[in-house]
Design a protein around this ligand. Structure first.
Ligand code: UDX
Length: 468
């Protein structure tokens, strides 16, 4: 099938590359000349597993890049709209890019097309897109508007696309549904997975991919409700972690206990410094706004956001209580990205904490396997960068772990202890077992678990006050 994907951000680029890998001819459209030139030259603008491989496999063959939206529409049967929907000041999704694409598309529709929302949009968007296209003179029998939300996580977006828990297509006509079924047929029939060059199947996925066909409005709601629910799960466990800290319980044990109930499930129950990224904060806010507009006061979502902000403040208080005064203290920071496996720093709780600590007068040396360049571009006076986790720790009064990179969970603890001025680790991602850390000579603070101190050190000398 010939497919146009409009917008070459995270979602558009991954979707375009994956559609090409399914065997479709894809035109990726963007109005950013520099971005297009970089893509045509073989650059990969985001840090995403398997994406370089797919782009080099299909670039110039099944995947082409263009700034001519109308031409791309004329050549395609399905047009996936994956442009940005940034939040407005009031927390609503700004749909002006979606609207302008809808307007421009309409001039190029002369035979039947499905216009598919891929961006995360409020529940009434498909109706508006339809109205805009009609208003601009398109014959109503020449198009349908459908919704096909994505559930891609950054870092694993390609495998999330190719091995999804489910594919949701929201269509109000059988004709549109059939086109979208065809688009995903290699995944739903399983033929993709039989190919010798298929991207390898990750753990915990099952194939072939199930498809759920709904109305357009239901599909739009599925996306917002899914992200809001996941954010709620994280805020819930963060609130439980706070109670654990007050009473001396261990949040890991609590997670294991509640997550073993198959109705609840163990995933997205990791406490930490709160969720960040380009989706959860924006989508929870937008869903809150959508609900309000629909006449429902979704106060639960206010609480989800409040707990999330509070979680960062709690972590700051933890740093203060571990180090007493902060002005002039040297801190090593591991992690700047909003989560492990990505170079994305949008709404990163790690960065928020770094900024707050710099404001308090701390001197920070940070290391992140992928996000340092981006951090350097956007901020932050006074922040130093290191070439490794150990270099970030060298001579520091304490080490903070702020992003759940796998490499931070496998550090050489002896070496780390030697590098730090005081062996204090404040772990916002619970990457280590407190008892192991204490046995290795660390004073160790984490989230929802009691602080641990080096074995055999008299209480009077604890809190890292002395180093042999
Ligand atoms: C999310 C959704 O998972 C995805 O389905 C949607 O399409 C886009 O938004 P993403 O933003 O890439 O994906 O990251 P995700 O892995 O969901 O993590 C979001 C944030 O929550 C990160 O800051 C992460 O560190 C945090 N998180 C996640 C937790 O604090 N605890 C958890 O248990 C899981």
């Amino acid at each position: 099938m010939r497919i146009a994907v409009v917008g070459s951000g995270y979602v558009g680029l991954v979707a375009g590359a994956c559609f090409a890998d399914l065997g479709h001819d894809v035109i990726l459209v963007d109005n950013d000349e520099r971005k297009l030139a970089a893509l045509k030259n073989g650059q990969v603008p985001i840090h995403e597993n398997f994406l370089p491989e797919l782009l080099s496999r299909h670039r110039g063959h099944r995947l082409t890049f263009s700034d001519d939206l109308q031409e791309a529409v004329r050549l395609s049967s399905a047009i996936f709209v994956a442009v940005g929907t940034p939040p407005t000041e009031r927390g609503e999704a700004d749909l002006s890019y979606v609207e302008s694409v809808a307007r421009e598309i309409s001039g190029a529709i002369s035979d039947y097309k499905v216009v598919v929302e891929k961006s995360t949009v409020p529940v009434y968007t498909s109706e508006w897109v339809r109205k805009i296209i009609l208003r601009n003179g398109t014959d109503p029998s020449h198009f349908d508007v459908a919704s096909n939300p994505e559930f891609l996580r950054e870092g694993t977006a390609v495998t999330d696309f190719l091995f999804p828990d489910r594919i949701v297509i929201g269509c109000d006509t059988e004709r549109a549904a059939n086109i979208l079924r065809q688009v995903y047929e290699p995944l739903t029939s399983g033929s993709y997975y039989e190919r010798s060059d298929a991207i390898p199947q990750p753990d915990r996925t099952s194939i072939p991919a199930p498809i759920i066909v709904t109305t357009t409005k239901s599909a739009e709601l599925i996306k917002h409700a899914s992200n809001a629910f996941l954010a709620m799960k994280i805020s819930f466990i963060n609130a439980v972690a706070s109670i654990c800290e007050s009473v001396g319980a261990n949040v890991n044990q609590v997670c294991h206990g509640i997550g073993s109930d198959s109705r609840i499930g163990p995933r997205f129950l990791n406490p930490g410094i709160g969720y960040g990224g380009s989706c959860f904060p924006k989508d929870v806010m937008a869903f809150r706004a959508v609900a309000r507009e629909c006449g429902y006061d979704f106060r639960l979502l206010d609480e989800v956001m409040r707990i999330n902000e509070d979680q960062r403040d709690r972590f700051l208080r933890k740093v203060r209580s571990a180090l007493w005064t902060l002005r002039g203290k040297h801190l090593g920071v591991l992690g700047l990205a909003f989560k492990g496996g990505t170079d994305d720093i949008r709404e990163s709780p790690a960065l928020f904490l770094v900024q707050a600590l710099l404001q308090e007068g701390c001197k920070i040396t940070a290391y992140d396997p992928a996000a340092m360049e981006r951090t350097q571009e956007t901020m932050v006076s006074g922040l130093k960068f290191a070439g490794s986790a150990y270099e970030a720790a060298a001579g520091a009064d304490a080490l903070l772990i702020l992003t759940e990179w796998e490499e931070f969970a496998n550090l050489d603890l002896n070496r780390l202890n030697q590098e730090l001025k005081y062996p204090i680790v404040i772990d916002g991602r619970n990457l280590y077992d407190p008892e192991v850390m204490a046995a290795q000579g660390f004073t160790y603070y984490s989230v929802g678990r009691a602080a641990c101190h080096p074995e055999g050190v008299p209480a009077a000398l604890r809190n890292g006050a002395k180093k042999a």
